[in-house]
Design a protein around this ligand. Structure first.
Ligand SMILES: NC(=O)c1ccc[n+]([C@@H]2O[C@H](COP(=O)([O-])OP(=O)(O)OC[C@H]3O[C@@H](n4cnc5c(N)ncnc54)[C@H](OP(=O)(O)O)[C@@H]3O)[C@@H](O)[C@H]2O)c1
Length: 253
């Protein structure tokens, strides 16, 4: 029996990068996975194809989380999908992964930059959780993809790091609040991971500099992060809640 058999999961930002790896891994573990994306429908379909190629199940759901109404739209679309699969329509696993980065120091950040980053990286996940709480299954899992940037001090990540720190703190607050329902809430903090958001391996100099700060001596791939999320989502990960788990190969220990 697969550990996530009969579970339904939503992974935001699953069209590419870390979100795709998480979606595929949760499906390998038996979950039916809602593959959320903003605009890259072809890439989201590729994620779904990867899931189905291995005999897994899933569905697509689109919403722009830069739009203040995006979280509510996503919740409504998801609940519509849940209704076609389950009565009552319950969600077991929510992975808030969608995010953007915009490397700027405090002097370079405009108010519009600030608002967009906070909207996508913090406000939309916050209100997505709020809208989905009524359909979260007791004993469910919420996993928020934060960042090592929330722990390190990188001056060019003034808003990004702050938005991720807010998401980490929210995870801890909600772990206490939702414990009585058996819902665990954790934040996973990837370190430098090779994706479109962080095309670090295309810059050998920067890549070497970052690698030198990582105990395990390399830049992560999305597949390094996904099993950690899958463990937190699994029955065996059920005694971990309120934690911020660094998934960085030991960055700046
Ligand atoms: N890569 C790293 O080094 C690293 C390190 C620490 C933390 N993280 C975090 O890990 C998460 C995934 O990052 P990644 O590196 O995998 O990024 P990525 O490859 O750029 O993928 C970003 C995903 O987020 C979605 N997204 C972006 N803007 C959105 C919006 N306005 N509305 C809805 N969805 C949106 C994208 O959808 P579309 O494809 O449709 O645009 C895509 O699926 C992020 O939260 C990031 O902050 C990454």
């Amino acid at each position: 029996m697969k550990p996530l058999a009969d579970r339904i999961a939503l992974v935001t930002g699953a069209s590419r990068g870390i979100g795709r790896a998480i979606a595929v891994r949760l499906a390998q573990d038996g979950a039916c996975v809602g593959v959320h994306y903003r605009s890259e429908s072809d890439k989201a379909k590729q994620t779904l194809d990867l899931i189905r190629a291995e005999g897994g199940d899933g569905f697509l759901v689109a919403a722009d989380l830069a739009d203040p109404a995006g979280a509510a739209r996503l919740a409504d679309a998801l609940i519509g999908e849940l209704r076609t699969r389950r009565n009552p329509p319950l969600l077991d696993i929510l992975v808030n992964n969608a995010g953007i980065d915009d490397r700027k120091t405090i002097e370079q950040v405009s108010e519009a930059d600030f608002d967009r980053m906070l909207q996508i990286n913090f406000k939309s996940p916050f209100f997505l959780i709020q809208k989905l709480l009524p359909v979260m299954a007791d004993g469910g899992r919420i996993i928020n993809i934060s960042s090592m940037a929330a722990r390190l001090s990188v001056p060019t990540m003034a808003v990004y790091a702050s938005s991720k720190a807010a998401l980490s703190t929210l995870s801890r607050v909600l772990a206490a609040h939702l414990g009585p329902r058996g819902i665990t809430v954790n934040a996973v903090l990837p370190g430098a991971t090779s994706t479109d958001l962080n095309p670090i391996t295309s810059d050998p100099q920067r890549s070497r500099a970052v690698r030198d700060t990582v105990a395990l001596g390399r830049i992560a791939e999305p597949g390094d992060i996904a099993p950690i999320v899958a463990f937190l989502a699994s029955p065996e990960g059920g005694w971990i809640t309120g934690e911020t788990i660094e998934a960085s190969g030991g960055q700046r220990l």
